[in-house]
Design a protein around this ligand. Sequence first.
Ligand SMILES: [Zn+2]
Length: 267
Amino acid sequence: MFLAAPYAAARQRGDERNTFRSLYTPEYLAFKKRIMAEFAGVGPGRFSEFVRHLKIEKSGDKEQKVLAFTFDACGGKHSGYNRKLIDYLRKERIPATLFVTGLWIEKNKETFAELAKDPLFEIENHGLMHRLCSTEGRTMYGVPATRDMGDVIDEMELGARKILELTGRRPIFFRSAAAYTDELSMKIAERLGMEVVSYDILPGDATHYSAKTMSANILKGARHGAIVIMHFNHPGWPELEAMQLAVPELRKKGYIFMKLEDFSVKS
Ligand SMILES: [Zn+2]
């Protein structure tokens, strides 16, 4: 039986402190303690994919329709690299925002460095350990979640620090695993200087839709300012083929593509 939002609080502590030991500095632990004290007694609020819906404001040419392609790299068992998709984005000069986890970076260090150097791509924070962000340990789809506020801070802040350490740029956007967060997590992200990003268009790569269906979903959902979510960590998934079908049609309709950091955004 499928249980909606079961609790993950009983999960054993993982080995994150070993994998990412160097990030748990005395300075960080003191910082984390301060943040936890600031939010002590605040309730978790709603837990959903759309705790806040980031909107892209119209800017520049009023006739120009803009779409944001975002691709996640989740990590753990799913630490592959869809090089053909990235090659296509480069060939077609399609700017994209890449949400990466600390776990994925660990397994793809050279690739990550190469992507981070490319101005076509914006690197953003998909969390240190790919956890759904719930301050009370709720989860969805069987994806491991944070167990408490401390885990949420680790996920957001250490994910950001990992990226900063390697790229010199601190992420400004955060998307948790499966895009699920509670309202308190969203406030914590703000306190840490990041905006929680969800999506507008879900083409369905993670539900194993065909390229044709995914392309149809993109075209159906396309409107000015929409954010598309797909992945670039599964070389066997058909995001490339979906893009090859959808992009020429979108261009015919007058769409251009932008990274999230290049939009003026409001929530
Ligand atoms: Zn993910």
